[in-house]
Design a protein around this ligand. Sequence first.
Ligand code: URA
Length: 426
Amino acid sequence: MAGNGFGGISMKGIVTAQEMKYLDNITVLKYGVPSLALMENAGREVADIVRDILDKKKKHKVLCVCGKGNNGGDGFVCARHLFNNGYSVDVCIAGEFGDLKKDALINCKALARSGVTVFFVKEDILKLKKSIKDADLIVDALFGTGINGELKEIYKDIIKAVNDADKTVVSIDVPSGIDATTGGDLGVNIQADTTVTLGFMKQGLTEEEGKKAAGNVIIADISLPSGILEAKPLAQKKMAKLKDEIAGCEECELSLNRNNIVLGDGDCFAAIMFIGEGPGANEDKYGIPFCGAAGKILDELLESNGITRKEIYIGNVVKCRPPGNRNPKDEEISVCSKYLDRQIEIIQPKVICCLGNFATAYILNKFGFSKHVQGIGQLHGKVFVLRKHIGEMKIIPLYHPAAAIYDNSKREILKSDFKIVKKNLF
Ligand code: URA
């Protein structure tokens, strides 16, 4: 087995579909590389390889069969580059114009404006069959790593038509119909001559069926950040070291009554970090932050914005429970905050959400916004942008979710402030 879940990404650079999704997300969200740039790099790399193949055979007619998602988008970019280089290009889209998603839609429009013939197939694939017959080479850009589960009949028909034609086929990322993780077949799959896999080798292409379907596999450099594969395991290692270092800490009186030190939880290389005040009874009992009533509200807010707990990191200003959930004292914050500082250095978040007054005051003071410190009632939902630190970092104060346990108006405010958080993540 190569990949074994987040953080266990194989150093050999063989990744599962889930791991590749994580790497793509972190490239876009955390490093700030536009997803369109990644798509452009991918499509251009594939076009270069297709050109080599065509030139060797002295052929020039290409058909790109594209899906409606990112794989299709890579296909549109590839088609545009081939067309711009003088090749004859047809593009078939499986679906309707209205089905096209974000970056794929942008690239489809750019393609059509460049003068490439684009046609859609929904049920009847007669037109596609004619185009297949005319083509010297077919680019398979139907499905990439994001698909699992049995394919719909129309896709099966398209795949069969491509295979039956016995033409040279270049698949983008994985042969359509192959599960990028298991290498298994999703009902039927493209039999490619060459597969240009993007960024890193996919685990499914090293398994028997996937290997057979892929033909010659070329790993295309789409300019993912250097060291991206090692970044998360490294951050995890540093966080584990910090945990070891603070075990048994007796630097303040909070150590007297605690059951567990609650360092933090989640993705140690997350783009977004949440900071609360200090552990409550449940957190103290289990050693996990936000695992009680306030945590439930936080989870709901995250979930309604399509963010999972696994994707964020969450910690607190103080790591041990203040007795009876009293406020942490200044001297406690002052000795404990060095641990929070280390966590921020390790995670390098793009967005820090401060939950409540204590986290907000600490973080605004730390990052040079002291003169803006006020109560959370005034600051919630505001976005502070730090331009010198780690490129750009945003600080967003929010009400503490505990404030919403018995106060529905705070819950509503939190809901609308979370929309601001989401907007600032991209
Ligand atoms: N409140 C906090 O501030 N932190 C926790 O971990 C739980 C509740």
